[in-house]
Design a protein around this ligand. Structure first.
Ligand code: ADP
Ligand code: MG
Length: 393
């Protein structure tokens, strides 16, 4: 693309539009505010974390076209923090204002069948899988895929809409439980560990990757992120950045993108992409010169991307809703976790999202421990994780 084809940068105090009011949107609002922008948030939840700190919270559905007209009239550009915003909504807004990332890129990341097809079609590494739209597709699936994970193609997150299945019969039962919704059947891989790369790409095609991070999950939900990744040799971390950058290029992506990887027997496979900042990039707020949210603002506004240098080792721990229940389950007494135990941990920064009500599995906040030494930072974070009450079961 020639320089002259690039749009003029959007400068403060312009108003930016954010579709989705979760924690990722809330951090975007903070970053945009620091840079002098105003933000309108569209989210149907009147208590949304981003809506609470936005300049204006439009409480409306994502397909409420009267609300979208107001966003288009008020906002100089629009982005999203929630990958399930209907592609039609992004397309509609794009008639009036820049929308970054665009609907086509978001649509690929919204649907696991499209996503896998995109990876396969562009020669990008992914695990063995089959697209499942009928019982026949399952019966015809390669026996070598089992044991497998059946995942609904749309609207799954934090391990929801997934079932581990040993054979075709179990897969059929799970498929029927998912009401015959289109699915992907993935071979269950023996993971050495998991990585992610968060990057930003601007309108001119420049890509800036944060160092690859290592992710540990608990019950299908991200639990701990270690950044930079500890288990991966430098060559593999670099390769993850190269693959993530190729994905962004093939998608024609503009904005912040999260790419999740599996590593099996030393080989890298793309697991999935998130067309937005990523939970495993929260530490960039406290450990990097620019955060993934700063980059999202910059890419959206056509400003030069920052250099994503990580100045400190970091470990991030997610704080899920079960911590608000005395017995760690929704049956126990509801109470606030004892934040005093985190207050004097060196290098620890606590971030709470201001969510209205805690439910088990719901992301309520996180903390990041930063410091000089990676091993010390991780040990400190794991001690604090235990002290606040996160268990390993
Ligand atoms: P979500 O949208 O919930 O993040 P993922 O597909 O990333 O869905 O799955 C969540 C986690 O489940 C992964 O990070 C990984 O730990 C585990 N997982 C998912 N698919 C597989 C697989 N094919 N083999 C092994 N583990 C998997
Ligand atoms: Mg995932």
């Amino acid at each position: 693309m020639s320089e002259s084809a690039l749009s003029a940068p959007i400068l403060p105090p312009a108003t930016l539009g954010m579709l989705g009011g979760g924690q990722l949107g809330r951090f975007f609002v903070s970053a945009a505010h620091e840079m002098g922008y105003k933000v309108w948030v569209l989210d149907p939840d009147p208590h949304s974390p981003a809506g609470r700190i936005a300049d204006f919270h439009l409480v409306a559905a994502y397909d409420d076209y009267a609300a979208l007209d107001r966003v288009a009239a008020e906002c100089a550009a629009v982005t999203t923090e929630f990958e399930n915003v209907p592609a039609a909504t992004l397309d509609y807004l794009a008639k009036f204002v820049p929308v970054r990332p665009g609907a086509a890129a978001v649509a690929v990341c919204q649907n696991r069948i499209e996503e896998k097809g995109f990876l396969a079609g562009n020669g990008l590494p992914h695990g063995p899988y089959a697209a499942i739209r009928s019982d026949e597709d399952l019966r015809a699936a390669d026996a070598a895929l089992f044991p497998a994970v059946l995942k609904v193609a749309r609207f799954g997150y934090d391990g929801k809409g997934q079932a581990r299945v040993a054979d075709v019969d179990e897969a059929l039962a799970a498929f029927h439980q998912f009401k015959g919704e289109p699915c992907v059947l993935e071979k269950l891989l023996r993971l050495d560990f998991e990585l992610s790369v968060v990057l930003a790409r601007d309108e001119a095609g420049a890509v800036r990757c944060f160092p690859a991070a290592e992710n540990r999950h608990r019950r299908g939900i991200l639990d701990v992120t270690i950044a930079p990744a500890q288990s991966a040799p430098a060559g593999l971390r670099d390769e993850a950045q190269v693959v993530a950058a190729r994905i962004a290029e093939h998608l024609g992506y503009v904005g912040t993108l999260g790419v999740e990887f599996f590593v099996c027997e030393g080989v890298l496979y793309v697991n999935e992409m998130a067309p937005r900042p990523h939970n495993s990039g929260h530490h960039t707020i406290d450990a990097c010169d620019v955060s993934q949210y700063d980059q999202q603002v910059r890419a959206l506004c056509g400003l030069p991307l920052g250099v994503p240098r990580q100045h400190s080792a970091a470990a991030m721990v997610n704080l899920l809703g079960e911590l608000w229940y005395a017995d760690g389950h929704a049956t126990g007494a509801y109470r606030e976790p004892d934040w005093r135990v985190l207050a004097d941990v060196p290098g620890l920064r606590l971030h709470l999202y201001g969510k209205h009500h805690a439910r088990p599995g719901r992301k309520m906040g996180h903390f990041t421990v930063v410091g000089e030494d990676q091993a010390a930072v991780l040990a400190q974070a794991l001690r604090a994780r235990g002290a606040i009450g996160v268990t390993d079961e």
